[in-house]
Structures are given as structure tokens and as C-alpha cells.
Design a protein around this ligand. Structure first.
Ligand code: AMP
Ligand code: MG
Length: 493
């Protein structure tokens, strides 16, 4: 391993070991980020840095700007663009990092390995017709929402920094450019497997699967059939992940197979958004005309993506094709039940239920039906239930709700745990603050159009402490007025 020579980088605490760059060269292209004209730091996530054993506090801003723009990198980084494919809205394409560069893997003092990636870092061999760049608002959007997801205890890539590039990017209009530094357990996607499978390289699939097992699922190397076990483990993590999305009202927006990680982290925050009023058919993304990735279709699409993953593993699962297919199908068919178990367990926590009763599903369903009918705010309705007294919201005075509430109270009284512990469980599982889209858009507009980052900082402070009853952030708990409602989000790449 090469050691760092630059003293400033020694102080930061980087410990790079680039295992992906030791894999077959067909998996990536080696290249450096394309330098930008006048990089300037917009935000650095010092709390995240600290958790990684990194410290950027003593790094002069100008040097931080050179680092997070990719203009000047420590020698221990071995920048690569990763190759991958992806089913985009059902159609397979060869993709790859068209505007991202993996700088390498930082190993924390505790021995955890994280990808450090720049997004918006210039053209690569995978750019196709794209400019390789990113606009400031979408990069800040990813920063805000990924950090909010983390605070909601949902597995996600993280955001370490955003720099403005001092260059403009051409979209519908000219926009300020930016680069995001993303931290991830890895950037290996379902689409990475599809890429290798697409080249017909059977040995390559085994190499990639073995690498993934070693990196993300080390216990499986002992399994009787490690590759079937890998499929089952990814199914388990994705079922858990998507259940957590639905429990907080999150809609990813572009669940293409290139945007689904093998590690089970949420990745690629594009037109994603949180639902305000409860409606299972909610779609925000402007490019999702048919509701393929609507709120309630997400579990189904996760299963569809996992079937694409399973197909790439068939030759490893069993040498006889027919047996391999039967085993893979059995695994994929188990998804709905695994997903449902995670979702139901989460819903029980949201309702303060420590025990299980057969009628719980019906109790939950009738609350959701009521919320849908009354266009009740998803987040606030659950949070209101966690209040000490009967919720005062006007909509909750409705007779159907009062009847449901009595049923729920009776259910709570049938468990031995106190009402106080039930309320505690609820407050820990029903956020008060989510990054509501109208607030996110407002903060991004201030930053991108006026260079004013105060709203973004305030929003970040609120959404990264989502379970607190913080009166000073009460504006973030108010659903959008009709005039403030955001109906569509854009990829805005
Ligand atoms: P996404 O929608 O961000 O998941 O990206 C899908 C694919 O398009 C990936 O291969 C990206 O690298 C690529 N891509 C998106 N935006 C750009 C861009 N501005 N320049 C080059 N490639 C891009
Ligand atoms: Mg993507």
C-alpha cells in the first residue's frame, strides 16, 4: 500500500485501501476527476467525518475545496469510474459512473470500509451524452435527504461535503455547478451484476459475488450454498430497507436496478420525496408517468429488481439450470412475506404495540384507510397519536377516527407495558420532522439562486434531529398549504 506524503492529508486521517481497484479491469476505468475552475466549500459534514476517523477542521478551506472538488488528491487514492448496467424503467442499458469517480476506500480506525466518491466530477468513458457534471441544488438535495434518512435510522449512503465548482452547468437554464462527496458501504449495485452478466463472463460473476460476500456478508462464506445465501441476504436487507421507507413515507422515485445497492443502503437521491397527505398512489418524479415507482409499488419493484439480481447468480446457485431457477424463484417468492413482516413490526412500533395480535393488521389498515379518505398528513397523524392527550387536530375529531382511537386504546390496554412506555416507543418511531418537499425546495432555491445557505443549515438542523419535539423548528412540521404543495420533482441532474 502506498503511503501519503502530503502532510495536510496525514492530519485528516485518511487510510485508503482500494480493494475494488484490484478486481478485474473490466469492472472500471482508471481516471482522475476533471479539474474545476474555482472550487469553494459549501458544506462539510464534520460529524460524519468524525465517525469515520477523519478530521477536516484544521484543513484550510482552500485546501478542502481542492480535495472535495478532486482538483488535488492524495496519492493513496486510486480514482476509478465503475462500470455497471441497469434496468431503467424496465429497460436494460449499459451505464457506469458517467459523472462520478470513486476515489477509493477509506478504512476507519474501527476497521469499517467505506467508498469515498465524488459525484459531478466530470466526464468519464461512461458519460454517453452527459456532461459529467451536477448542479448545486440536486447535490444539496442529496445531502439534506441522505442525512435526514440517516437520522431516521434508515440505511443510506451519506454526504461528506458539497463544493461549488465556480462553473455553470447547462440544463434547462444555466445553473451553478457542484460536486458532492458521497460515502457508502460500497457502490456495488444490482446493475453491477447485470453488467458482468451482460458480458457473458461467468468467471467474472463469481469473482464479483465472492468479493461482495467478503466485503458485505462475510458470514456467508461458510454457508452450504454461499451464492443462494447471498441472494437471500440481499433480499432480506432490501425487504427491510423498503419497509423502512414506507414506514416514514419515503418515495425513492427512480428504483432502477442501477440505483439498488447490494449492501442494502438507500442510494441516489434524485426526484425522491416524502409524502405529506397519505395516499398510496403518490408519485413525485416527473419522469415516472405510469407510477411504476409510486409509494405503494416500491416493495413490488424491489422484488422485481431482486429477480434481475437472482438471474445473474443462476450459474453459481446450481450447475443445473432448472434447479438453479427453482431455488432462485423460491427465494424471490419469499420477498412479499419477508417485507410484510418487517413492515408490520415497524407499524406495531409506530402504534406503541409491544405484543402481537392477529387483528393488528386490520387495526393498522383501518387507520390508513381513514387517513387516505381524509387526506390526513401521514407524519403528523402518527406523531399526534403519540401525544399524551387525545389529539386535538381538527381532522381527528371525526367520528370514524374517534371509534378507531377507542379500539386502539383497548388494544394498548391488553398489553402489560404501561401507556408511558407505549408512548415512548411511538415517539422513537414516529418522526416529528421529515424533509418536507416544499421546505427542501425553498432551501435549495435560496442556496442556488441567491447563494443564501441559512435556510439549508436550518432545515438540516431540524431534519437531523427528527424525533425531538423542538418548538423552535415547528415550521417544519406544518404540511404545505395548497399553494406550497409540490406535485412534481425533477431528476435535475
Ligand atoms: P441516475 O439517474 O443519476 O441514477 O443516473 C443514471 C445514469 O446516467 C448513470 O450512469 C449516470 O452516471 C448517468 N448520468 C446522469 N447524469 C449525467 C451527466 N450529467 N453526465 C453524464 N452521465 C450522467
Ligand atoms: Mg444512479
Amino acid at each position: 500500500m502506498k503511503t501519503d506524503t502530503k502532510p495536510a492529508n496525514d492530519r485528516i486521517g485518511w487510510r485508503f485501501d482500494n480493494s475494488y481497484a484490484r478486481l478485474p479491469q473490466s469492472l472500471y476505468a482508471q481516471l482522475h476527476p476533471v479539474p474545476v475552475r474555482a472550487p469553494r466549500v459549501v458544506i462539510v459534514n464534520h460529524a460524519l467525518a468524525e465517525s469515520l476517523g477523519l478530521d477536516f477542521r484544521t484543513l484550510p478551506e482552500a485546501e478542502a475545496a481542492l480535495l472535495f472538488s478532486g482538483n488535488a488528491l492524495p496519492d493513496s487514492m486510486q480514482p476509478i469510474a465503475q462500470a455497471y448496467a441497469g434496468h431503467q424503467f424496465g429497460h436494460l442499458s449499459m451505464l457506469g459512473d458517467g459523472r462520478a469517480i470513486l476515489l477509493g476506500e477509506h478504512v476507519t480506525p474501527a476497521g469499517e470500509r467505506f467508498d469515498i466518491q465524488l459525484k459531478g466530477s466530470g466526464q468519464t468513458p461512461f458519460s454517453r451524452r452527459g456532461d459529467g457534471r451536477a448542479a448545486l441544488a440536486p447535490m444539496l438535495r442529496e445531502y439534506i435527504i441522505s442525512e435526514a434518512m440517516h437520522a431516521l435510522h434508515i440505511p443510506t449512503t451519506r454526504s461528506l461535503a458539497v463544493v461549488a465548482t465556480g462553473e455553470s452547468v447547462m440544463r434547462e437554464t444555466m445553473l451553478p455547478g457542484a460536486i458532492l462527496t458521497r460515502v457508502a458501504a460500497s457502490h456495488i449495485r444490482v446493475g453491477t451484476f447485470e453488467y458482468v452478466a451482460g458480458t457473458g463472463d461467468k468467471a467474472g460473476i463469481k469473482t464479483l459475488a465472492d468479493y461482495v460476500i467478503q466485503r458485505h456478508y462475510p458470514d456467508l462464506s461458510e454457508a452450504e450454498n454461499p451464492y443462494l445465501a447471498l441472494l437471500n441476504s440481499v433480499i432480506e436487507r432490501q425487504a427491510s430497507l423498503v419497509a423502512q421507507w414506507l414506514l416514514v413515507g419515503f418515495i425513492h422515485g427512480v428504483m432502477n436496478t442501477d440505483n439498488m445497492t447490494i449492501s442494502g443502503e438507500t442510494i441516489d437521491y434524485g426526484p425522491c420525496a416524502f409524502m405529506d397527505a397519505y395516499d398510496p398512489d403518490t408519485v413525485f418524479s416527473s419522469i415516472d408517468q405510469r407510477g411504476r415507482y409510486s409509494y405503494s409499488n416500491q416493495p413490488h419493484m424491489a422484488q422485481w429488481n431482486l429477480a434481475r439480481f437472482a438471474e445473474t447468480l443462476l450459474s453459481l446457485i446450481h450447475p443445473e439450470q432448472e434447479k438453479a431457477v427453482a431455488l432462485a424463484e423460491q427465494a424471490i417468492h419469499a420477498f412479499p412475506e419477508i417485507y410484510q413482516a418487517h413492515w408490520l413490526a415497524g407499524m406495531r412500533r409506530k402504534l406503541g404495540l409491544f405484543t402481537e395480535e392477529a387483528e393488528d393488521s386490520e387495526l393498522i389498515a383501518s387507520l390508513l384507510t381513514w387517513m387516505h379518505k381524509h387526506q390526513a398528513d401521514y407524519t403528523n397523524s402518527f406523531r399526534a397519536l403519540a401525544a399524551e392527550t387525545f389529539p386535538e387536530d381538527a381532522v381527528l375529531q371525526d367520528a370514524d377516527f374517534v371509534a378507531w382511537h377507542a379500539r386502539w386504546q383497548a388494544r394498548l390496554s391488553r398489553q402489560s407495558e404501561s401507556i408511558a412506555s407505549a408512548l415512548g416507543l411511538m415517539r422513537a418511531n414516529n418522526p416529528a420532522v421529515i424533509p418536507r418537499n416544499h421546505r427542501v425546495e425553498e432551501a435549495l432555491a435560496a442556496a442556488s439562486e441567491r447563494g443564501d445557505y441559512a435556510l439549508m443549515q436550518r432545515l438540516l438542523a431540524a431534519v437531523t434531529n427528527p424525533y425531538a419535539d423542538a418548538p423552535e423548528y415547528s415550521e417544519y412540521r406544518t404540511p404545505p398549504a395548497p399553494s406550497e404543495r409540490v406535485y412534481q420533482t425533477f431528476c435535475g441532474t
